[in-house]
Design a protein around this ligand. Structure first.
Ligand SMILES: Nc1ncnc2c1ncn2[C@@H]1O[C@H](COP(=O)(O)OP(=O)(O)OP(=O)(O)O)[C@@H](O)[C@H]1O
Length: 264
């Protein structure tokens, strides 16, 4: 069974088509990257998968369950880290995670242990009783991962998990994601516009451009298909005639500010 299965998904905001016929079939335990520039339709696709935007019944399934017909059950199977703020700066790390444990109905008797265990897995055990407003950007992201992981989801959905972080914080976030995945076999669906990260960390990727998937495969398959010393960036240009925004542009600056402000 595919942990996430999307068949011919279309989504429009009024007249504006954001997703224009997307198919996705994730394999159990893989890290799948949805790559594309700003506005490609990645976040919209994730919001439909996570039940936050409506889809026609039969279009999207999570662990075999239709996201429309079985919305509550699907929510229990998912952990979601959105781009926007999901941690509260006035609470400690532990309180933030405990809040999610209650929201996701982690049984009362198991809560304290579940909270400790994810804080530890995210490298936050020692800072768990500090308010989150004192955390660095990388720690905030790891706290948000802990929040998403406390209910032991089968599928973890991450929207640009490392945007605005420095290289050390980025690899800290990825190392934790890989460790948890190795330990519990969950599937990870991640969006990014950072091609070099996708090449390093994703088992398979799909390149999204203007609402459609233009190419899909392992990073090695995609780069080998266009030959030479190609990078995923070259593959993207080959399939779309377009470029991704270079990293360090306005978008990263905006996102970095957003991260810096998010728990202030
Ligand atoms: N609530 C909304 N109302 C109207 N248009 C929207 C809305 N949300 C997204 N869009 C538009 O839909 C398109 C796809 O947006 P989406 O956020 O899915 O892209 P994305 O690939 O995730 O980019 P980003 O990384 O900037 O979030 C864009 O043209 C965007 O402007």
């Amino acid at each position: 069974m595919n942990p996430v299965l999307v068949e011919d998904l279309h989504y429009a905001f009024g007249d504006h088509v954001a997703v224009d016929g997307v198919d996705l079939a994730l394999a159990p335990g893989e890290v799948f990257g949805l790559l594309g520039p700003n506005g490609a339709g990645k976040t919209t696709t994730l919001r439909v998968i996570t039940t936050l935007l409506p889809a026609p019944p039969g279009t999207v399934r999570v662990e075999g369950l239709d996201v429309v017909r079985s919305r509550r059950r699907v929510r229990r199977l998912l952990g979601y880290v959105p781009q926007q703020l999901s941690a509260d700066g006035s609470l400690t790390g532990r309180e933030n995670v405990a809040l999610f444990a209650r929201l996701f109905d982690v049984p009362r008797r198991e809560r304290a242990e579940a909270v400790d265990s994810v804080l530890d897995a995210m490298g936050l055990a020692e800072s768990a009783d500090r308010t989150a407003s004192t955390y660095s950007g990388g720690m905030v992201r790891r706290l948000e991962l802990a929040q998403a992981l406390v209910s032991a989801p089968r599928v973890l959905v991450l929207d640009e998990p490392t945007v605005g972080l420095d290289p050390v914080a980025r690899s800290g976030v990825w190392d934790r994601i890989h460790e948890v995945r190795r330990a519990n076999g969950m599937t990870v669906l991640v969006t990014t516009h950072a091609m070099e990260e996708a090449e390093l960390h994703c088992d398979r990727v799909a390149l999204m451009h203007r609402g459609r998937l233009r190419a899909e495969g392992t990073p090695a398959e995609l780069t080998a298909a266009i030959g030479g010393e190609a990078t995923l960036e070259d593959v993207f240009r080959h399939h779309t005639g377009d470029t991704l925004e270079p990293s360090g542009g306005m978008r990263d600056v905006r996102a970095a500010r957003r991260t810096a402000r998010r728990v202030g």
